[in-house]
Structure formats: C-alpha cells, structure tokens
Design a protein around this ligand. Sequence first.
Ligand code: CA
Length: 411
Amino acid sequence: MKTWFNVPENSDFSIYNLPFGIFSTAGHHRRAGVAIGDHIIDLEAVAQAGAFHSLAIDNSVFSDDTLNRYIALGKATTITIRCLLQEWLCTEGSVLQKNKQVFVAQADATMHMPVAVGDYTDFYASIDHATNVGKMFRGPENALMPNWKHLPVGYHGRASSIVLSGTNLKRPKGQVKPADATAPVFQASARVDFELEMAFVIGKENGLGNSVSTEEANEYIFGFVMFNDWSARDIQAWEYVPLGPFLAKNFGSNISPWIVTTEALAPFRVAGPKQEPAVLPYLQIEGDQNFDVNLNVYIKPENGEENLVSESNFKYMYWSANQMVAHHTVNGCNLRVGDMMASGTISGPQKHQFGSMLELTWGGKEPLTLANGEQRKFIDDNDTVIMRGFAEKDGKRVGFGEVSCKILPAD
Ligand code: CA
C-alpha cells in the first residue's frame, strides 16, 4: 500500500493503522479524527466535504465529543469508513487530496477521552503475572489459584477515574497496615505501582440475558488502547480480603488516546499458549487469538532521562479478548458500547519482561537502579511513567503512541 500523504518513517500511525480518537483545536469543538503520520484526518470536515454521502449514516456522529455513537454504527460501517479513508489516502485526486483542510497537525490539536466509558472490567489474564504475584503472596507451591486456568479471573473496576494519557495523578492516601503493627495507619501510599495492560472498547450491545460466543465476540471488540492501571500495593494488601481490589485501584488509570482497531491489528495475530487443561466449551475458540505487540515501559524521574524498565509483549496473554467477552456475558450480563475491558498486567516469562514494579523489584526486595544513580522500589513523587506499544512485521508498523502520567505528591 502506498499513500501520497507524507508519513514519517517509523510512524506509529502508518497507512496500515488509521486509529480513531477525539480531538479539538483552538476555537473549535471536540470531534472525531483518524491519525495518519503526524496529522489527524478531521472526520467532521471529511463529512462536510460530502465524502460520506453514499453511506446511509447520520454525519453528526463525527461532531460528537465521544466516539460512542460512531462505534455503535457497527463493524460493517466502521470497517467500510476505515477502508474508504485508506483507499482515498492511496488514490491521487481523491476527495482527501482535493480537500487539504481536512488534515490537522497533531501538534495543533488537543486529544480527549475517545469514549465515554460506562463500565470497566479488569481481568488478570497473564499467566506470568498471576504466577509471580501468587509466588510472592502464597509461595511457589500454590502460585496459581485452582480456578485460574478454567476461567479468565476478573473484577468490576471503576469507570469514572479512567483518564487520558497526560492527566497526572496525585499519590493516593489510605489505610495501610505495617507488617509489625496490630492496627492500620492512615498515610500516603508508599508503594504506588504501574500495571502494563491493554484494554479493548466494546462496540456492540448484547442486551440483558443474551450471551455472546467466542466467535461472535469479534463483532463486539471495536479496538484496543494501552492502559496503565495504577495500583497502591500497600493499600491493596490490607483492603483486598475478602472482596478484592477497591481503593488501591480506583484512584486512576490512564489510557492512550487512539483506539487501534482489531482490523489494523489483524496482520499481527499469533497463536496464544496452549490452554491445558482444556477449557469448557463456551470458552473454546479456533485460530490465532493473540496479538504480537511490543510493549515498553519507561520511568522518567523529574529532570532526568527516560529509563527503559520493562519490555513485554501482548502475545504473552493466556486468555484472549474473545474469551473475556464470552465469559463476561455467559451469565447474561449486558455489555454496552464504550465499556472498557482491561487485560490485567502483561508480564512475559523473563525478568525484564515483567509488567509492574511489584514484579520487577520482587516486592521491593531488588530495587532498580536508574541512569541518574537513583534507586526505585516503586514509583516516587514526580516520576513520569510512559508506556509505548507497537506491532511491526513485513514493513508494516501499527503503533499505539504512548500513555504517560506523572505521580504528583499527595496533598
Ligand atoms: Ca490491573
């Protein structure tokens, strides 16, 4: 595929990607856009140029401040629109080439939350992460709980505190119980940690009482973003029994601004791990269900340089997104457009592939040394954590850009 548009070499936003987002420019409202190279295709402007006339769709969806109504048009329509944009970007004299006003420099735009997230579910689907955490908390004998290989373990999180990359977060305060104390104390968390995750956006409603099969799940997964699920390990350790994560998790999670569609990720599909023992029939699925996406995490201290601390990959997932959708709806739970489901921390089998400080420093016992000589057990005040993800194969690059957040001092 060759485009007449100038896309810098190694851009995450190649002609093969075309991810969707919400942006605004000075003096003009939020609206839908598609990233290409260092620019954004303004879909409101494309619609105003009459380019979507042949499609029987309400063009006002492109002027909304979220993508929810656009995504709800369904895969058949959103795939058609993405393919049309791709075709126009590769055809001399196309409507896009004739209407240069539809291109906005990313440097002149502000990105916003791409969807209104109604409900958020977080899974725990990386076997290396679950095994590492199990070893630390329960010992090597019982690292994985008996249910872990039979269902994708998850919990309902909180949607209100999912924020965009660049929205910085205050160190949370809460109850922690020091190991040698008999009663808890109230303080700022001393163990703020990142979790390297991917999340996907639900694009279709199943309606209360209706289950979605692993095959049908393809229609329900619009696309993926990078997801940093911030965690306060000391608050978590005291509060989580017996109902699971609560205030240790809901003080904030950051997402990357562009939703990369499952169609753009198709060339990077790979087989997942063999699931042993065999899963129940409602969770079974054929074909390549994982995605080969490189995931890197950097810590940037105040006035310091970026330090690469983790190099993981989305392909290490034990449970796939399709299985998560099937499991989530098997009891009739209704999913809604804009709902977000996160993978859980994505760790690989090797130490430099672990997706959290909890694992990288083994509970704080083996601190990391940064380029400036400082050590980190967890994340310090004014540290910025940056995650970047991209897939690359046969000269095609499809990337997510980045998700970044600085941890500010507690009040
Ligand atoms: Ca998580």
